[in-house]
Design a protein around this ligand. Structure first.
Ligand code: ADP
Ligand code: MG
Length: 600
């Protein structure tokens, strides 16, 4: 689908477009809102042949948009030129406008962004690790400096439209703008399933695709149920156009059209006639007012389309639009009509459940209060934060004998005085690991190591686990400032992290914990961000996160011996009643309560 990208083309130099080309280019506002900037930056990343694109936003993109790719990069001596109006490496003359094979061609996006926001570009053209950063803005002359970076480009846009209050006033709130950005990224992720996309909103992961195929992309965006109910759309060839894609079975239908995706040569478009055609194709088969989930990709010869009709490039002129639209309608009709309606076990997933934020850890500001309160006679709930009257020691965990597991989630156990205990295995392990981390830290800080001084990340005394390859993590300048004074503390936790110029850090070791599974490198980036949190509770939070990430999960079967170890370790912790997040982890049913309930 991205056969139109410049992936294999030899990189061309960036030049200024001749006057007559500029005049033929559809003029108008390129950047109307944060989502248009995201669209332009993704276009640039795809044109650069990226296989991985990471988009980050804050406050609906108004405070920050950042798009990082692993594409061909921009040569250091062309960075400044790239940010000037009408400079592009993609077309050179008027005749090129008739067969555009790239997503960009106007040479205007970066210049428009730089006129309305602070623009920071860091780019490297090879794997040597050396990049150049250029910062410029409406009131900021361009300034460049060397920076470390693997091949590719990171474009960061800060405070979009801050100098243009009239433009800001036209925007809807941050939530609505964030939703638009999410829609753009989703549409691109579906139009380019072979590219890995990730989108974060203020650090929350909203969307992530694996870069495999369309089915996998749909599974990660819409869930496995939808992916399992996909029907092939096409392939159908008409007037030199190849239509293909998928449509979800009729069991899945939505109240809006926002899950209908049409891309032409890899570019998500909003041509009303094509949307109408797709709709006409399913109309007799779906209730009025309901819309399907459909991903259609149209491949046409570049000479058959004109992308130069709309400044934001969201519309495209197809020379044979009616023929193509008719074929699309038939293809959709055929796909939906070819199978009987069968409702999957979990019936049509409401879109609301798909687009809520994935569960992530958030830390209540105060969660170290502990207590125990009796809510019902005989049943003791631990970890009640409201009741401070009872000291944490008021309820010591007795020595418990495990009886078995319930649902691979709870350990059932018996105390010497014959009470029944239910212990949440994940939370119990979290509590144990949390304590373990603090202990590690204390013993490290207690050694002869000077508390300050040059960190030596390789020093054998660090309790961490060395990464095979040190990982470069890029933070914002604010985050970097917060992180710097915390490096020694982090090292005590086994997290060896070294300043690497600018706001870059080199992570050499991550905490070593028994339960650690998965890619430690993937942890590293999250840890760095968390350690740079703007809060006094950062240390507590990072320990909680590490513990939560490495603790055994619910659903994991445990042998009796493992259950016993877990219960014994839990008993040794200072506060065995709640997990580090503050949630209860032990329930106790007294013998008396059971006797009463059963009327023994
Ligand atoms: P256009 O994409 O229309 O050429 P832009 O202003 O978006 O105009 O970008 C200007 C030039 O900067 C591009 O032609 C390209 O050479 C270079 N460029 C921009 N973004 C990237 C990127 N992510 N990777 C590589 N080159 C880029
Ligand atoms: Mg561009």
């Amino acid at each position: 689908m991205s056969d139109t990208s410049a992936k294999d083309a030899a990189p061309r130099h960036i030049t200024r477009l001749p006057h007559e080309v500029v005049e033929r280019i559809a003029a108008g506002e390129v950047i109307e809102r944060p989502a248009s900037a995201v669209r332009e930056l993704i276009d640039n990343a795809l044109d650069a042949g990226a296989t991985r694109i990471r988009v980050a936003m804050r406050e609906g993109g108004m405070r920050l948009i950042s798009v990082a790719d692993d594409g061909i990069g921009i040569p250091a001596d062309e960075l400044e030129l790239a940010c000037q109006p009408h400079t592009t490496s993609k077309i050179a003359q008027i005749s090129d406008l008739d067969h555009i094979t790239t997503f960009g061609f106007r040479g205007e996006a970066l210049a428009s962004i730089a006129a309305m926001a602070e623009l920071e570009m860091t780019s490297a053209t090879d794997g040597g690790g050396m990049a150049t950063t250029l910062i410029l803005g409406p009131a900021k002359p361009p300034a460049s400096s060397p920076a470390p970076r693997a091949r590719g480009t990171t474009v960061t846009v800060r405070d979009l439209f801050q100098q243009v209050p009239a433009r800001r006033a036209l925007l809807r709130g941050p939530r609505a703008e964030a939703q638009r950005i999410q829609n753009v990224v989703r549409a691109y992720a579906l139009a380019h399933p072979e590219v890995q996309f990730a989108l974060t909103d203020d650090g929350y992961l909203l969307l992530q695709t694996s870069g495999n195929d369309l089915r996998a992309a749909i599974a990660s965006i819409y869930g496995a149920d939808v992916a399992a109910a996909l029907l092939p759309l096409g392939p159908r060839e008409v007037a030199g156009a190849l239509i293909r894609g998928v449509v979800a079975s009729r069991a899945f239908h939505y109240a809006t059209r926002e899950h209908v995706f049409i891309a032409v040569n890899g570019r998500p478009i909003a041509n009303s006639s094509l949307f109408a055609a797709a709709e006409a194709g399913y109309r007799p088969l779906l209730r009025k007012g309901r819309h399907p989930l459909l991903v259609a990709s149209l491949a046409l010869d570049p000479s058959e389309i004109d992308a130069n009709i709309h400044p934001a490039k969201t519309e495209m002129l197809l020379r044979q639009e009616r023929t193509v639209a008719a074929a699309l309608r038939e293809a959709v009709h055929e796909a939906l009509g070819s199978v009987p309606l069968s409702v999957p076990a979990s019936t049509g997933l409401p879109s609301a459940t798909h687009f809520t934020r994935p569960l992530q850890l958030r830390f209540p500001a105060q969660r170290t209060r502990r207590g125990l309160r009796i809510r019902e006679p005989g049943i003791h709930y631990s970890g009640n934060a409201e009741d401070e009257a009872l000291e944490e020691d008021a309820f010591q965990l007795p020595e418990l004998t495990p009886l078995g597991q319930f649902d691979n989630t709870l350990i059932l156990a018996q105390s010497p005085s014959n009470h029944l205990f239910l212990v949440d295995q994940h939370r119990a392990h979290e509590r144990i690991l949390y304590q373990e981390l603090l202990k590690q830290r204390e013993s490290f800080l207690g050694t002869d190591e000077p508390a300050t001084g040059e960190p030596e990340p390789d020093a054998p005394t660090s309790p961490g686990q060395l990464l095979l390859e040190p990982l470069l993590v890029e933070l914002t300048p604010t985050q970097a400032e917060l992180l710097l004074p915390r490096l020694e503390e982090l090292r005590a936790l086994g997290f060896a992290c070294q300043p690497f110029g600018g706001s870059m850090f080199l992570v050499r070791a991550v905490p070593h914990l028994p339960g650690m599974a998965g890619d430690p490198g993937a942890f590293a980036r999250d840890f760095a961000e968390e350690a740079a949190e703007d809060s006094n509770h950062w240390l507590d939070h990072i320990c909680t996160t590490i513990a939560c990430r490495t603790a055994i999960r619910r659903g994991q079967p445990l042998t009796l011996a493992e259950q016993r170890t877990l219960l014994d370790d839990l008993r040794q912790t200072k506060t065995p009643m709640n997990c580090p997040h503050g949630s209860p982890l032990v329930l106790r049913y007294t013998r008396q309560a059971l006797a009463k309930a059963f009327e023994w």
